[in-house]
Design a protein around this ligand. Structure first.
Ligand code: N01
Length: 550
């Protein structure tokens, strides 16, 4: 798309997206650096992914006290979570609270999508067109579009002909979907499906789950937070933040340094039982080598499969649900509230679409290779065009009109997940190549936003007008991302969205950095300490060009 700009208004920076990352980036640039900034947001309010993912059962799978900002003591003291794993509505209230606490809304433009953004080589500016027909220019363009915001609606033949209602979980209607007494089908058993299925089962007349890949899930053991715990969070905020900065997943739990294979079977089972009883993502932290060693992983996998067979009474359903084809936690491991128990309800059936794939959607429902299933409502819990989808949808072009689509034809190529060669002065918060979805997001958002803000301050203080990732440094980083992934079991799951494998035609590239949050922070800090090693910094006005070491 060509970006024409007869009457463009100029800003110091444009931020795309008003989720957690967009609002903290706005606050940092506006209040720390005094910049003139606007956030453009396609939704009608702040919240990003939490604004749109209102499906029944939507909850955070990180513990509430880790899923919040810690950059401001005043903000920490102003908020209390009610539950261990807050519901979507409570997280939405938190994000609204942050926006109001720092009076951010006047600098946000809602219901407005960025349709195109083009770098102007001659002027060293970003030229941006928004869906309301306005034109803008800015020195910096910062994407805060989240990793999981572009819905993956499967292109199944006949969907248009369906006479009932269909909905994707990430675009859940605000007014809700009335499922009472209805025949509902859910396609997809990832984290979203696993959260939604138990709640939909309680509402629907009959629920049919269409499972392509069976999945592990750990009980969340969600519960209200005690007053003591709420007090602990307020008093120990700095310790909590420190802990998250040190752990590989940016969560509030440490990983046991032992191997699953170095302890006796009795001890190992006792560890797993205790973790199962405690619930939550920390099941992954029971032993250090679960994600590195297949034999170690098998011990956890077998434990969970045995639990599934214990919980699910119908042996046929139990066999299908426990027939899991990948290592535990090699796909993002869901946590649940009574997911497997739901299959003991009389109004829930399970259809194996691995053996008998969906052939088409008919006016009445879903037809698989084996049977026709009549439905009133189809819920697609089929995930996202993750990490790159929203960036590519924005029609971004860099130097000499190079489109991001072409630049990334073979898969995303970034330096540190923060910048892309040939796209100067563009920053991508939690972009591909950063730890992003492999870790708890708020601590990473703080780290990325602080890094970008410090970088822009450094540029301003040193008369630098342009920063751009070096080509070789980016190739080396992609290599490091691959090496980090290959040191784990993660790339072994060929149908994982980490690899882009859930979207037909998407290049198969492992996208997030799996080397751990602590290590990643260290690398980013070291790059800065070495005068932005791997970036080109240009002082155009002075006619000089400062190229840093690679
Ligand atoms: O998506 P997914 P998700 N026909 O891609 C199936 C985050 N999240 O929305 O595995 C039939 O994981 C697909 O099957 P298969 C979290 O990071 C966070 O559940 O490809 N089935 C799979 O079963 C999570 O990892 C929270 O064979 C099709 C499912 O749909 C990420 O979002 C809550 C299909 C998709 O699973 C994505 O999770 C929820 C097709 N054509 C999500 N296409 C929190 O609590 C796909 N599937 C913070």
């Amino acid at each position: 798309m060509k970006v024409t700009q007869p009457n463009a208004r100029h800003l110091d920076a444009i931020i795309v997206g008003a989720g957690l990352s967009g609002i903290y980036q706005l606050l940092s640039l506006r209040d720390k650096l005094g910049m003139n900034v606007k956030v453009f947001e396609a939704g009608e309010g702040v919240g990003g992914t939490w604004h749109h993912n209102r499906y029944p059962g939507a909850r955070c799978d990180s513990e509430s006290h880790s899923y919040m900002f810690y950059f401001s003591q005043a903000l920490v003291q102003s908020w209390e979570w009610s539950e261990r794993y807050p519901q979507q509505s409570e997280i939405q209230r938190y994000i609204d609270h942050v926006a109001d606490f720092f009076k951010l809304r006047p600098d946000m433009v809602f219901n407005t999508r960025v349709n195109a953004a083009a770098y102007d080589d001659a002027a060293n500016l970003w030229r941006v067109q928004t869906s309301d027909g306005q034109s803008w220019s800015a020195d910096y363009l910062i994407t805060a579009v989240g990793c999981l915001s572009s819905a993956n609606v499967p292109a199944i033949e006949g969907l248009d002909s369906f006479k009932g209602q269909w909905v994707h979980t990430s675009a859940w209607p605000k007014e809700g979907v009335d499922m009472r007494g209805k025949r509902v089908g859910v396609v997809g058993t990832g984290s979203t499906g696993i959260q939604a299925i138990p709640v939909i089962a309680e509402q629907a007349g009959h629920l049919t789950v269409f499972q392509r890949t069976a999945n592990y899930s750990i009980p969340a053991r969600n519960a209200p937070l005690s007053e003591d715990f709420k007090q602990y969070v307020k008093e120990k905020a700095q310790d909590i933040r420190q802990l998250m900065n040190e752990t590989p997943n940016a969560h509030c739990f440490r990983i046991d340094p032992r191997s699953a294979l170095e302890v006796s079977e009795e001890e190992r089972l006792a560890v797993y039982e205790a973790a199962w009883a405690k619930g939550g993502l920390q099941f992954r932290a029971t032993f250090a080598d679960l994600l590195r060693d297949k034999q170690a992983n098998d011990t956890a996998a077998e434990f969970i499969k045995a639990k599934i067979r214990q919980v699910v009474k119908d042996p046929e359903k139990a066999a299908l649900l426990s027939d899991i084809d990948h290592p535990f936690a090699a796909k993002r491991p869901p946590i649940d509230s009574h997911y497997f128990e739901t299959y003991n309800r009389n109004n829930v059936s399970l259809v194996d679409i691995r053996s008998h794939p969906i052939e088409r959607i008919t006016p009445q429902g879903i037809k698989t290779a084996k049977a026709q299933y009549d439905l009133d409502i189809i819920v697609f819990a089929t995930g996202f065009d993750a990490m790159t989808g929203s960036l590519l949808r924005m029609n971004i072009s860099g130097r000499q009109g190079l489109s991001l689509k072409d630049a990334w034809a073979a898969g995303p190529r970034t330096y540190l997940g923060l910048q892309i060669p040939k796209f100067p002065n563009l920053f991508t918060i939690t972009g591909p190549g950063s730890p992003s979805v492999l870790c708890n997001l708020p601590p990473q958002i703080e780290q990325h936003v602080n890094w970008i803000t410090d970088c822009i301050a450094y540029m301003r203080d040193n008369g630098i007008q342009q920063i751009e990732a070096d080509e070789q440094a980016s190739d080396d980083w992609v290599q490091q991302v691959n090496e980090a992934a290959n040191a784990t079991l993660l790339p072994q799951v060929l149908h994982s969205w980490y690899l882009g494998a859930n979207v037909p035609g998407k290049p198969r590239v492992f996208m997030p950095y799996a080397g751990g949050f602590g290590r990643y922070r260290g690398i980013c800090d070291e790059v800065v300490a070495n005068r932005y090693r791997g970036f080109h910094l240009h002082c155009q006005l002075a006619g000089s060009s400062l190229q840093t070491d690679k």
